[in-house]
Ligand binder design. Structure first.
Ligand SMILES: [Zn+2]
Length: 117
């Protein structure tokens, strides 16, 4: 699943409040991949999401992030762990699901629009 740069940002804001300081340190180090960005065709780089054992690829030109199958579920699990740590009462799973639904339907609609232009 492809997430635009701002979508992951929004998702994190909505599901969990990492705070701007923590968000600034999302990518500490990265390695090259052979996958290409769907927007600019540059090679994606991969990094460990929030230093957990979860790899995500990203476009070096900040177009977005690529999540492999099931990785979105793992991101959610990590977010829930963080959430438990600070005793927040947000229902992360519901928030994540609702946000993804909105994003997916949005990108689906724009793909449909592209088809007819
Ligand atoms: Zn790109």
């Amino acid at each position: 699943m492809w997430l635009e740069y701002r979508e992951l940002d929004e998702l994190e804001d909505e599901v969990f409040d990492f705070g701007e300081e923590a968000k600034g340190t999302l990518i500490f180090s990265s390695t090259s991949t052979t996958a290409k960005c769907p927007e600019c065709n540059d090679l994606l780089k991969k990094f460990k999401y929030r230093l957990y054992d979860l790899e995500m690829a990203f476009c070096p030109n900040q177009h977005g992030y690529w999540l492999e199958d099931d990785e979105d579920t793992r991101v959610l699990e990590l977010m829930k762990k963080e959430e438990a740590g600070v005793q927040r009462s947000l229902h992360a799973e519901d928030q994540w699901a609702a946000t993804l639904r909105r994003m997916r339907s949005g990108s689906f609609l724009s793909k449909v629009r592209d088809l007819f232009h």
